[in-house]
Design a protein around this ligand. Sequence first.
Ligand code: NAD
Ligand code: UFG
Length: 338
Amino acid sequence: MQILLTGGAGYIGSHTIIELDKAGHSVVVVDNLVNSKEEALRRVSKIIGKQVPFIKADVRDREALDKVFKQYKIDAVIHFAGLKAVGESCEKPLEYYENNMNATFVLLDVMRKNGCKNIIFSSSATVYGDPAQIPITESCPKGHCTNPYGQTKSMLEEVLIDVQKADPEWNVVLLRYFNPIGAHKSGLIGENPNGIPNNLMPYITQTAIGIRKELGVFGNDYDTPDGTGVRDYIHVCDLAAGHVAALQAIQRKCGLGIYNLGTGHGYSVLDVVNAFQTANGLKVPYVIKPRRPGDIATCYCNPAKAKAELGWEAQYGIEDMCRDSWNFQKNNPKGYEE
Ligand code: NAD
Ligand code: UFG
């Protein structure tokens, strides 16, 4: 199939190109590079041994997007494009609502006008809020999202569900990602956050390489085995492979599909620090800090539905994730900036 990846220069998108290529799909990327670098795509080209067609454009630019659909015969879209920093979304709610909502509205309209009705949407475990049950299944009620970023994901899920309901020719797959970490084994691509990392793993790798003095562990008084927050970390390459499985469902004309993409295992912050130290033979200094506002104690999924219906399950363990995250950081001390 010919697949359009919006936001395909980003962390998850760049890894997904490789899996799509392996599965025999062709890709074209549209990204405005607001949170990524074209260098990531050059490196993906090196890995797959072919050029990645790239159009630098904003998904909200209707004309530019329409041109892409006219030039390439797009069979399906994987919609990664969006702003994703939880904290920043609380400071700039309007920017987040405007970008994430409008980009999706324009995209869906341009798709419809060009007769493309197949979409995979990057959703998030954040839609469950403070989850009503652990492990989280897809039937778990969506919760109250504590930040505008999460709200956009939850609202866009509703939009996509309604679009599919109104026109059953649409195939819509909502993938609720848990916590992607790790990097491609080549060490050429990985997570390259701007500024001070918000997320745990890039903070750990930047501490290990000496950019940060020590990791702050946000709270050790949660109701978890060691008191620190528990999450479902998933290797980004496993997550990428989940998109190939979702495309197969689209080819089978799945209608609406909603899937958790996680491993089903919960690891605490200190578990991750320990796994990182063991996998890489390094010390990561840390201090306990107060809880971070908006955090929950525990979030991990039951990934059985994705296994049963998509034939997908995660292959990598926490040590693989820690090794590959470090491999990218070590090979690219300044990310893509060199
Ligand atoms: P990322 O920031 O690395 O990638 C997103 C890409 O979208 C970036 O390259 C950015 O430049 C681009 N973009 C943003 N707005 C755009 C617009 N209007 N037009 C064109 N391009 C635009 O993020 P990621 O980690 O690769 O995440 C991909 C998707 O998955 C996002 O929608 C994110 O919300 C979602 N998600 C991520 C996580 C995570 O922890 N990384 C978890 C759950 C869901
Ligand atoms: N943490 C620290 N110190 C840090 C960073 C994080 O102790 O410097 C802790 C957090 O308190 C939490 C855990 O590490 O307990 C994971 O935090 P992350 O920020 O890495 O991830 P979150 O679970 O908070 O959120 C991430 C993405 C969201 C996405 C969600 C899906 O940031 O966008 O995963 O599960 F929605």
